[in-house]
Design a binder for this molecule. Structure first.
Ligand SMILES: *Cc1c(COP(=O)(O)O)cnc(C)c1O
Length: 379
């Protein structure tokens, strides 16, 4: 029975992508798989397990709730350190520390808050990563001297453990010269930090930096998008040796003829120039298929590309299958993925609507059924 909106996620592909990334790294560099935002839409827990099977030894998420979800699923703190990357409110901090997960700090008040949590009996030691801002301008401090003072303070505090120091590159996918300069700033700080705290783990690289700027790999890389087989520069994942793990499918729910001049969809935007047939697929922006793709995407049916016509609505999209269709009700339709010799990538969809592949898969909503498998077999 066809499902109206199905994301098939190949866990073996995630495992192979991690093994590929792992193969680029020296033994001294750990692979941290970033599984925030429900594993970029792929399902956080299964994606995390596949990444660990592929050689990742750390996991990272954005929020405390995401950290708690992984721990609740049995990904044990004794086996797998887990880093929450984001800023945490007071309640979130409690949840992150209970998970347990490592947390990030970059200011005196944020370290004081951790000292208070440790004194109040939070699970100890609280594992801390300090964050230097080298140009992202979001979290972290630009003041390396201040961060060195905070490192001494964290290292000396009972109940706190100084585990890592990190930064995050804003332009590793598009400006390597700038990224190199930002890496140098982080390395200068790292050298001073290491003089006082030799065991601190230095980590900076996201997927783009991991692949394109090997000196940025340091003690650990934090890879998200590449784990899922998507290209960090939104061009061509296959050319980088990555294998997309997610396919998005629907099916032909209805097929009807259209006379010249008849219209399709909200706003009657599509007016049939000649006689044709319209296939309606029961998937829409209520599933996370972006409305900006209206009149601007191709769908695969029977191994052929057909244009999506008219507006994407909440629950349906409409496809022009031509005047003499070979398409039949019930046929499988592929919105992301391969069918026959044709393929629609998340990168293609992203380029069409001026966004990035990250947003295409992360946008998929809970109404989309996730089916995890390993190369077509059981997960
Ligand atoms: C999301 C995130 C990453 C992963 O980035 P990718 O480009 O998906 O590899 C790494 N570090 C931080 C701080 C992040 O927020």
């Amino acid at each position: 029975m066809a499902l109206r909106a199905l994301a098939r996620v190949n866990l073996a592909a995630i495992e192979r992508n991690c093994r590929f990334l792992r193969g680029q790294l020296s033994d001294a560099t750990a692979l941290c798989a970033v599984v925030k935002a429900n594993g970029y839409g792929h399902g956080a827990v299964p994606a995390a397990r596949a990444a660990l099977a592929g050689g990742a030894t750390w996991l990272a998420v954005a929020s405390a709730g995401e950290a708690a979800e992984l721990r609740a699923a049995g990904i044990d703190a004794h086996d797998v350190p887990l880093l929450t990357l984001g800023a945490l409110g007071d309640e979130e901090l409690e949840l992150a520390l209970d998970a347990p997960a490592d947390v990030v700090a970059w200011s005196a008040p944020s370290v004081e808050r951790l000292e208070r949590a440790a004194a109040a009996g939070a699970r100890r030691p609280i594992r801390v990563h300090l964050k230097l801002d080298v140009g992202m301008g979001r979290l972290g401090t630009r003041d390396a001297d201040e961060l060195l003072r905070l490192a001494d303070r964290v290292a000396a505090a009972p109940g706190l453990a100084l585990v890592g120091a990190m930064t995050h590159f804003p332009s590793a996918d598009e400006d390597l010269a700038l990224t190199r300069a930002q890496l140098d700033a982080f390395l200068a700080f790292g050298a001073r930090l290491r003089a006082a705290h030799p065991d601190v783990l230095l980590h900076a690289a996201n997927s783009a930096a991991t692949l394109d700027l090997p000196p940025s790999r340091l003690d650990m890389v934090r890879c998200g998008i590449a784990v899922y087989g998507l290209d960090p520069a939104n061009v061509d994942a296959a050319a980088r040796g990555l294998e997309p793990a997610l396919e998005l499918r629907s099916y032909v729910g209805a097929l009807k003829p259209l006379a010249p001049g008849q219209t399709v969809g909200y706003g009657a935007r599509f007016v049939a120039p000649g006689a044709t047939w319209i296939a309606t697929l029961p998937i829409g922006y209520g599933d996370g298929l972006r409305r900006a793709l209206s009149d601007n995407a191709d769908v695969l049916i029977g191994g052929r590309r057909y244009p999506l016509v008219g507006r994407v609505s909440m629950d349906n999209v409409t496809v022009d299958v031509g005047p003499d269709p070979v398409v039949r009700p019930g046929d499988e339709a592929v919105l992301i993925g391969a069918q026959g010799d044709e393929r629609v990538t998340a990168e293609e969809l992203a380029r069409r609507i001026d966004t990035i592949n990250y947003e295409i898969t992360t946008a998929l909503l809970p109404r989309v059924t996730r089916a995890h498998h390993r190369d077509g077999g059981p997960a």
